[in-house]
Design a protein around this ligand. Structure first.
Ligand code: SAH
Ligand code: TMP
Ligand code: ZN
Length: 406
């Protein structure tokens, strides 16, 4: 029997993706034989509403000195985090000489804005290679995993925080009780927590099952986050839906009773109720939707191969590891994946072993079709790739449905 990571109730999987490699585990042929895999199953806890993986690799397997994800690869995300920082500064940092802590600060994409504004800050980023990029930009960074013991050390050294920020990391952490406990002691009595992660409601609606991979231990909702933080004397005071990463939710949280609660919170909970996020049936339907999506994508790719068309993947995202492995996409269906991240280039995609090539390979010899693995950056990419379309190239997308874009 498996128990919920949040409330310890017994839970059962509603979907089994089989044996999966690491989403970011790009590798060389000599490593194929020893490739790490884990059983990827997802469950919903009817008691507290949390959607979660049943198994997860150790954190050191995922976050280390060769971590492949550099936040700064997307210009659109840089703008997004500037706006996030401006919002925090304008609306929440009212004390003199405020102190801001960010968990999972990566290459400093968010904190660089606090440096520019001359605000005291601390980044917490265990993956040393990405942290070094931030340190080189003058961002104060601790290269450790955040948890309750580290929160106590931060208080001793720097004092309590006015704002605790996190983006796309809270949902990565199975030992989340230690995180929330750490936040509750690190945060000043009048401070705010603001974090954002891919939103369960969007995943269910858009059938974007590629949000499920090793690093994403949880898919959060307002209901499940409210329940978790309540255990530590905190409450959601606002929610701000975001378009990033295919649909995210930003949660604004404070110590209970210290700030007014926006009507947005109850309104979003109503939306969740209407979506049926509290019902087991919703997840059974989601599984059937995933199976349909997989079958349609494979049918299309097999047809294109039969017609002798060249298909190339665009963006070697960690999410695409779920797509390629769950659907069974092999290099004879997708010739290579174009990606701008140097550490991924020259390697092969996790599990499916599709070559990852520099962006120039795509531009120099346009394929007939580009399979948009980085669909969450669609707007930015479509704009950048007008020449591909003008040359007759076509895009294949699979969220919210499998289709060829005209
Ligand atoms: N915030 C950035 C990076 C997200 S990737 C963005 O949104 O683009 C998640 C990051 O969290 C990785 O850099 C990883 O090394 C880091 N991380 C994982 N566990 C962590 C923990 N316990 N404390 C702090 N950072 C952590
Ligand atoms: P993400 O979906 O986790 O943000 O990862 C996006 C990946 O796509 C990352 O490896 C960089 C790559 N990428 C490109 O190759 N070209 C682009 O234009 C963009 C926006 C991303
Ligand atoms: Zn639970």
């Amino acid at each position: 029997m498996i128990n919920c990571l949040i409330c310890n109730s017994p839970i059962e999987p509603f979907i089994d993706f089989g044996s999966m490699p690491l989403g970011n585990g790009f590798l060389l042929p000599e490593q194929f034989n020893e490739e790490y895999r884990f059983p990827m199953q997802v469950s919903f806890c009817p008691a507290c509403g949390m959607v979660q993986l049943l198994d997860q690799p150790d954190r050191e397997q995922m976050f280390h000195e060769n971590y492949a994800f550099f936040s700064g690869t997307s210009r659109y995300m840089a703008q997004h985090f500037k706006e996030f920082a401006d919002h925090v500064i304008a609306d929440y940092l009212t004390d003199d000489d405020p102190f801001v802590v960010e968990m999972g600060s990566n290459d400093g994409i968010m904190l660089q804005n606090f440096v520019t504004a001359g605000i005291r800050h601390l980044g917490i980023e265990p993956s040393k290679n990405v942290a070094q990029v931030a340190i080189d930009k003058g961002i104060t960074t601790v290269t450790e995993f955040f948890d309750a013991p580290l929160a106590r050390r931060i208080i001793t050294e720097y004092g309590q925080a006015d704002a605790f920020l996190a983006a796309n990391v809270m949902c990565h952490i199975p030992y989340i009780h230690s995180i929330v406990e750490g936040i509750s002691i690190l945060l000043k009595p009048g401070g705010v927590v603001m974090f954002e992660d891919p939103y369960l409601g969007d995943v269910i609606e858009k059938i974007s099952y590629d949000q499920i991979y090793d690093e994403h231990t949880f898919l959060f909702s307002v209901a499940s986050i409210g329940h978790l933080f309540e255990r530590y004397g905190m409450e959601i005071i606002d929610v701000e839906p975001q378009g990033t990463h295919g649909g995210s939710m930003r949660y604004v949280i404070a110590h209970k009773g210290t700030r007014a609660v926006s009507a947005n919170v109850a309104a979003q909970r109503d939306i969740e109720y209407r979506l049926g996020l509290h019902l087991t049936e919703t997840y059974d339907k989601f599984r059937r939707n995933c199976e349909n999506s997989r079958d349609q994508l494979m049918k299309l790719l097999c047809e294109l191969r039969a017609q002798g068309k060249r298909v190339v993947g665009y963006g070697a995202t960690s999410k695409s590891t779920t797509i390629t492995n769950y659907c069974g996409i092999t290099p004879d269906l997708v010739e290579f994946i174009s990606d701008t991240t140097p550490i991924k280039q020259g390697k092969f995609s996790p599990g499916a072993h599709i070559p990852v090539r520099p962006y120039e390979s795509f531009v120099q010899d346009y394929p007939d079709y580009a399979l948009l693995f980085a669909w969450n950056h669609k707007r930015e990419i479509m704009k950048k790739e007008e020449a591909f379309r003008a040359a007759g190239g076509k895009w294949i997308v699979y969220v919210p449905q499998v289709e060829i874009l005209d």
